[in-house]
Design a protein around this ligand. Structure first.
Ligand code: ADP
Ligand code: 5GP
Length: 199
């Protein structure tokens, strides 16, 4: 599985919340911190929630080939830095990416064997309610994110693994099961050892 887990789906569906649950269930997983040109929200910390870059810094990184993938979302740039992924893969540490759909497509191309899971909302209304309840985006941003979600939801059939985030703990258990299955395949790329195998 190449040790790379991509969690994608529309904004507000619960990707970040599910990843927090996933990291509790599979403590060996580490989250890659993304880069963005959007402004920090209250409480967000540089280097922890995001690497906050100026548009110039971001485009310099793109030109230098520093990104595994990058995309424009709601007028801002977002991307996964190679440094966040390569170091951990070199150490055999599985890494999880929380990214929107355009980026997920790029990772599928760039990292053969990456596991990609699409998180779907139980309904369109739930998505609106969650974006509103989160309280991080103004009404105009919420409408823009919901418009983008319409096209993102159409990408669902592209993904072999889909988890509907209705009840959080149920969805988190399902997601952890998918990720554990893929990671155990990594450990034994030719199947688990049998009693006949010599050390
Ligand atoms: P994303 O990372 O996909 O943008 P978040 O993880 O920030 O989404 O979740 C958006 C909002 O929805 C948050 O306020 C979060 O607490 C809430 N939320 C997440 N999962 C659920 C769920 N299964 N049921 C109800 N609310 C949820
Ligand atoms: P937010 O502004 O809510 O933090 O993120 C907006 C969207 O960008 C979300 O769907 C989020 O998953 C996505 N995103 C966050 N980091 C990355 C990244 O590194 N690459 C891409 N392609 N999308 C990202």
């Amino acid at each position: 599985m190449a040790g790379v887990v991509v969690i994608t789906g529309p904004s507000g569906v619960g990707k970040g919340t599910l990843i927090r649950e996933l990291l509790r269930r599979i403590p060996t997983l580490q989250l890659a911190v993304s880069a963005t040109t959007r402004a920090p929200r209250p409480g967000e910390r540089a280097g922890v929630d995001y690497h906050f870059l100026t548009p110039e810094e971001f485009e310099r990184g793109v030109a230098a080939g520093d990104f595994v993938e990058h995309a424009t979302y709601s007028g801002r740039r977002y991307g996964t830095l190679r440094s966040e992924v390569q170091r951990r893969r070199g150490e055999g540490v599985p890494v999880v990416l929380e990214i929107e759909v355009q980026g997920a497509r790029q990772v599928r191309e760039a990292v053969p064997g990456a596991l990609a899971v699409f998180i779907a909302p139980p309904s369109h209304e739930a998505l609106r309610e969650r974006l509103t309840a989160r309280g991080t985006d103004d009404p105009e941003q919420i409408e823009q994110r919901l418009r983008t979600a319409e096209s993102e939801l159409q990408a669902r059939p592209e993904f072999a693994h889909v988890v509907v985030n209705d009840r959080l703990q149920v969805a988190a258990d399902e997601l952890a099961g998918i990720v554990r299955g893929a990671l155990s395949g990594d450990r034994y790329p030719e199947g688990p050892p049998t009693e006949d195998d010599q050390p």
